[in-house]
Design a protein around this ligand. Sequence first.
Ligand SMILES: Nc1nc2c(ncn2[C@@H]2O[C@H](COP(=O)(O)OP(=O)(O)OP(=O)(O)O)[C@@H](O)[C@H]2O)c(=O)[nH]1
Ligand SMILES: [Mg+2]
Length: 440
Amino acid sequence: MPTNRSLPKHSSAKKPDNGKAKLAGAQNEATERTKACLKAIKETPQRSPAVIVLGKAGAGKSSLVECITGATGLSGNFTSPETAIVSNSEDALVTAECQLAEYDTDGRSIYFIDTPGLEDDRSACDTFSTILVFLDRIRPHISLLGVWYVVDNSVTRDVEFDLKLVEWLVALCGVHYHPYVTIVTTHWGCTHPQDFQRLQERLDERKMKWTRIWSEKVDTYQHGKIYEDGGVETSDVPTLSWYDDQDTLRANARDLVYRRCQGVPPVQPRIIQELQDHISLENISAAKVLRPPTQTPKPSRAEETTEAPSRSEEKAQAPPNPEQPWYVRVASGIFNWAVNNIQLEVNQGSNGFSGGFGFGGVRSNFDFGNGSQSRGTTRVPGNWDRNSVVDDFKSHGMDSSLAGRTAWVQRNGVTSAFPPGSAELNMVTQTRFREVNSKR
Ligand SMILES: Nc1nc2c(ncn2[C@@H]2O[C@H](COP(=O)(O)OP(=O)(O)OP(=O)(O)O)[C@@H](O)[C@H]2O)c(=O)[nH]1
Ligand SMILES: [Mg+2]
């Protein structure tokens, strides 16, 4: 059971006692709500619909979840008797554990998973492992309707870590889950057209970078812009005030839920499948992106093979010890936990994702579970594997070697921090390759 260890943002700052009491009450409220949601989710025979909210520390994740669900106690924002929001950075809470809040829409409950924010290179791995432990625990009971990634658009420019986080998001979701990813930008409150212009330019620049990393446009929602009916974004100024327009902000965010959470996707994010397959944390795609620079990555085994690491290979790893890097230690924690809590797995199988992992023919090089693929076999022309980037190149009579593909990637504007031959870059390359060739 996760404990809410939410800490005051500037813990050195002196706070009035009633502020402390409010924070303690808020933490308690969030913990109790999460427990109640977990209980309800476990007791529901079907998988419960859920949305996971991810992003950098302080981006506005908890506030967004509160806005949609009406929950309090996640962000440290408090509501005054006049219903205006009262918040300042001194009173804000840092989300230290994943929390759940329920949004009831048309008689259907959607659970929002508020997650701890990723702060910097040094701590991102630990934060991610906290998210993974929670996700591994809850995954047999949920279907993710979407992954929402929150970005504070008032921040002037992206640093390397921001771009790394988008790479992380791609690796976490997999290209196949792209249609269900939403980037939510926050901090749009402004009254002057020039301020709006600056915010808009920042968003446009960011969108270009995100598109390059994803190799496709990602759906976005601007929390604070004025929207017309049907989710049409406007350039109206003043935009919505964070302090005075919470009702409209809520209506807009709930419209987003309506638009983006219509049905259960036929696919789930790659991370869910990786956890289900008990892939060790060192081999989890998204963890590889966050791996601290000091830790030597395992040599890429993706080159010239499309085979997923087999279960037996995974199991053959040495047992964890304190000298081992974080990802091995945490992995054993996750899976020991899973073994010790078998009752949480009761729904698995009976409500499985019915054969749904083959989205659009674009797959990761990891096994997505339907066992129907003939991986690693020699293929003859005309019998190409749709999931293999190597076969895509071969079927077009092109140089499919790593050098050939790397040259093609450079000529065709694919920018990625993933290493040549990695599963991630292969996926991005494959998407771009198909895009380019579909235009010919
Ligand atoms: N003006 C304005 N303030 C916002 C907005 N979104 C969030 N905030 C404020 O920003 C601060 C951080 O918001 P949180 O919702 O706690 O951010 P978070 O991403 O959950 O932060 P961590 O849990 O630390 O990762 C709070 O003081 C919020 O009131 C926004 O769109 N506009
Ligand atoms: Mg938070």
